[in-house]
Design a protein around this ligand. Structure first.
Ligand SMILES: Nc1ncnc2c1ncn2[C@@H]1O[C@H](COP(=O)(O)OP(=O)(O)OP(=O)(O)O)[C@@H](O)[C@H]1O
Length: 337
């Protein structure tokens, strides 16, 4: 479905002495199979949108190659565009037209007849709970409704591969959860392959069969969420010992199955690769040495823990830093216009 080798995108930013080159995407390889839902995760400025724009033919790669649905993104750009659905981050720039007309026009742009585009549009409106809004102007819709309209537009020509760029950014929790249901249905009901970018960890976790993490233009991890968590971080085991005097011994015992032990008051913590298997033995060991616990907690790692392990910093911190350093003067030389 999607195969990319060594994709690179560089931008020149600034003027005069400030001039420099940004390697927004720096040698990305991707292999995405039919029917997969892949979450492309990374902090702001990591290179998610730029990768997506190369795969959807909106940007010509500076270097590297990619095929989408078997078509080359440079040589067969028109065929790539015809065979995919793309819902951009900003959403559609709607005219003064009614929502239904926007969808029909979009379908006709992809070669459907007016009748067929209308038929499919009506089905999608029902599916995305937009019934009754066919004649409404998009500017008078709620954020969630507009986002669902964007997705309906991206699907009107029935693509089997759909690119969604930050589909739920700016939506309230209820509208997000509702959109998640629709995204799940793309695969279960239509068998579509979905490639979605997000910087919400929970969203990537909830929706994706596989997660690809990008940072500074490079892929730092690619696997199922469970595998990433299990292999990279392990579970956090938090023991609360009853007697402060026992903290040292408890830490020694935990150290036999865990890496990097931390203590805080009566708490002893460490990461254990297979907590389900290891913890019963640890408890027996503690009991046999008469160390009592007030509580024990096993906390599954989050994707943020994975990111921390891979890059040495938290995804949330990385987000804040790149937002501060956001470029203001952009000069996009690679764009196909
Ligand atoms: N047209 C452009 N000209 C110059 N630099 C650009 C341009 N587009 C993106 N960049 C830079 O390339 C890097 C990657 O940007 P990109 O938009 O791909 O990141 P992202 O992961 O999608 O971030 P976000 O989550 O904020 O959308 C950033 O440093 C950004 O400032």
């Amino acid at each position: 479905m999607i195969h990319a080798r060594g994709l690179v995108q560089t931008f020149r930013t600034g003027r005069g002495k400030q001039k420099r080159e940004v390697r927004a995407v720096d040698g990305v390889d991707l292999d995405i199979a039919e029917g997969e839902v892949v979450g492309f995760l990374g902090p702001n400025g990591a290179g998610k949108t730029t990768t997506l724009r190369m795969l959807t033919t909106l940007l010509r790669p500076t270097a590297g190659t990619a095929t989408v649905n078997g078509y080359d993104v440079v040589d067969d750009a028109v065929m790539v565009r015809r065979s995919i659905g793309y819902v951009s981050q900003a959403g559609g720039t709607f005219s003064q037209a009614q929502a239904g007309d926007e969808v029909v026009d979009h379908g006709m742009l992809y070669g459907l007849s007016r009748a067929e585009a209308t038929r499919r549009g009506k089905v999608l409106f029902e599916k995305f709970q937009l019934d009754g809004l066919w004649e409404r102007m998009p500017k008078n819709m709620s954020g969630g409704q507009k986002r669902r309209l964007d997705i309906a537009m991206g699907l009107v020509h029935d693509p089997t591969l759909v690119f969604l760029d930050e589909p739920t950014t700016g939506l309230d929790p209820q509208a997000r959860a509702n959109l998640w249901e629709h995204i799940r249905a793309l695969r279960t009901e239509r068998g579509a392959t979905v490639f979605l970018t997000t910087h919400y960890l929970d969203e990537a976790d909830e929706l994706s069969d596989r997660i690809i993490i990008i940072d500074n233009g490079k892929i730092v991890a690619a696997d199922t969420s469970d595998n990433l968590k299990a292999h990279v971080s392990g579970d956090l085991v938090d023991l609360e010992v009853t007697e402060l005097a026992h903290v040292g011994v408890a830490a020694e015992k935990l150290a036999s199955i865990a890496g990097h032990i931390e203590t805080e008051g009566r708490h002893v913590r460490g990461r254990v690769r297979r907590a389900g298997r290891e913890v019963p033995g640890l408890l027996r060991d503690l009991t046999s040495t008469a160390i009592e616990l007030d509580s024990i907690e096993v906390i599954r790692p989050t994707l943020d823990d994975v990111f921390l392990t891979m890059t040495g910093r938290s995804l949330r911190d990385a987000q804040a830093t790149t937002e501060d350093a956001a470029e203001t003067e952009l000069d996009n030389e690679g764009a196909l216009r």
